[in-house]
Structure formats: C-alpha cells, structure tokens
Design a binder for this molecule. Structure first.
Ligand SMILES: Nc1ncnc2c1ncn2[C@@H]1O[C@H](COP(=O)(O)OP(=O)(O)OP(=O)(O)O)[C@@H](O)[C@H]1O
Ligand SMILES: [Mg+2]
Length: 205
C-alpha cells in the first residue's frame, strides 16, 4: 500500500516548519509511519545543491541556473528518498516541493509555465501530492518573521514584488487543485496551529 505524500508550501516565514511539527505530532498520535524531508535538500547531494543555490555568489546567478539546481536537487530527493518511502507504505511530509519552483522560478523569475512543466515531467514522473497545505502570508509579514530567525539567504533577499508574484502564483495553484488547502498564515500561531490540525484530521478521517 502506497503512503501518502503531504506537502507544505508558502513564502518565507509563513510558518511551514511550525506547521510540520503539528502534523508530525498528529501522525505520531495516529500511529502513522512517516519521514520528513525538505526542499531543496533532503539527501547529501541535494543538501550540497541547497547550500549552493541559497548562498550569495560574486557572479549573478542566472534564473535558468537556479531553476536547474532546484530540479536537480528535487530529482535526487524524489528518486532516492520520496518514491522509495511511499512504496514502502511510509508517509512523506515535505517542507516545500514542486509548487515552490512554480511560485519562485515561475511566478517570481518569470520562467514560462511550459518549461517548468517539461522539467517536472522529467523529474517527478507523475508523482503528485496527496495533500498540499498552502500557508498564505503577506510577504512583508513573512519576511519580518524570517528576519527574526537569522540572516537572509540569496533568495530571501529578493524584492517584495518578487514575493508578491510568487504569492499570486501559489494562490492560482490552490484554486486549480482539489488536493490543496489554503490556510491563513497571518493569524496567531495558535489559530494557524488549529487550522493545520483540523486539516490533517479531516485528511486522516
Ligand atoms: N502565526 C505566526 N505568528 C507569528 N509568528 C509566527 C507565526 N508562525 C510562525 N512564526 C514565527 O515566524 C518564524 C518563521 O516560522 P517558520 O520557521 O515556521 O516559517 P517557515 O515557513 O518554515 O519559514 P522558512 O521558509 O524561512 O523556512 C519563526 O520564528 C516562528 O516562530
Ligand atoms: Mg522553514
């Protein structure tokens, strides 16, 4: 029996890592076997790619370079970790997945949807989430939260308009996919926690 694939999406500081803790404790309480992964990253090679793509370089990083590093890391994670886990019947909770590329490299950087779709086809080979929880946040609020956590990386240093375009892309993805749930991440931590918990309980029921 295939495991379920649960994905957390949202801008910087939306509260993905916090929401994952809520989901993990509920899955543990229900006796579900799961693994947690993050993108980009989640395998030794993919974590090296993460460090490369997030760091500031002396040269400009071309949008296409960023795109291909993201999908290279995703290929490694999907092939070596996500698909084998699901095949064993384990659930997978992912901190970001393909929609992050659609929002950031697509919406943010302006790379055409068809080009992203071609890469997703090569890398995902039909893998689709069972559930996406999209944590919707005003980018200014999210970035302020993220700043409180430490220094910003190369992508987090992007302009507010970049993140606004990414948010719009996320919102249109939520609108067009039945497996997605939008959560208002601008609420207090307690209210976000309650919404995440209710969503995961509904999914488990
Ligand atoms: N609803 C909330 N209200 C206020 N602060 C919050 C809320 N949710 C999370 N935070 C705080 O904002 C910061 C970012 O939260 P978190 O790390 O969960 O977000 P994230 O989406 O995982 O961010 P990133 O994309 O940078 O990994 C943390 O310091 C967290 O405690
Ligand atoms: Mg996080």
């Amino acid at each position: 029996m295939q495991g379920k694939f649960i994905v957390l999406e949202g801008l910087e500081g939306a509260g993905k890592s916090s929401a994952i803790k809520t989901i993990e404790s509920e899955l543990t309480a229900q006796g579900v076997n799961y693994i947690r992964v993050r993108e980009p990253g989640g395998t030794p090679l993919a974590e090296s790619l993460r460090a490369l793509v997030k760091s500031v370089h002396e040269e400009n990083v071309a949008p296409e370079t960023e795109l291909l590093i993201m999908y290279a890391a995703r290929a490694q994670l999907v092939h070596n970790v996500i698909k084998p886990a699901l095949a064993k019947g384990h659930w997978v909770i992912a901190d970001r997945h393909d929609w992050s590329s659609q929002a950031y490299q697509g919406g943010g950087r302006g790379i055409e949807t068809e080009k992203l779709a071609a890469l997703a086809d090569i890398v995902l080979k039909g893998l689709t989430p069972s559930l996406v929880l999209y944590l919707d946040i005003d980018p200014a609020v999210g970035l302020t939260r993220a700043k409180g956590r430490g220094e910003l990386d190369r992508i987090e240093l992007e302009s507010l308009s970049f993140f606004q375009r990414a948010r719009e892309r996320y919102l249109s993805l939520v609108d067009t996919h039945d497996f997605a749930v939008k959560i208002d991440a601008g609420q207090s931590m307690e209210h976000v926690h309650q919404d995440v918990l209710a969503t995961i309980k509904r999914f488990l029921a």
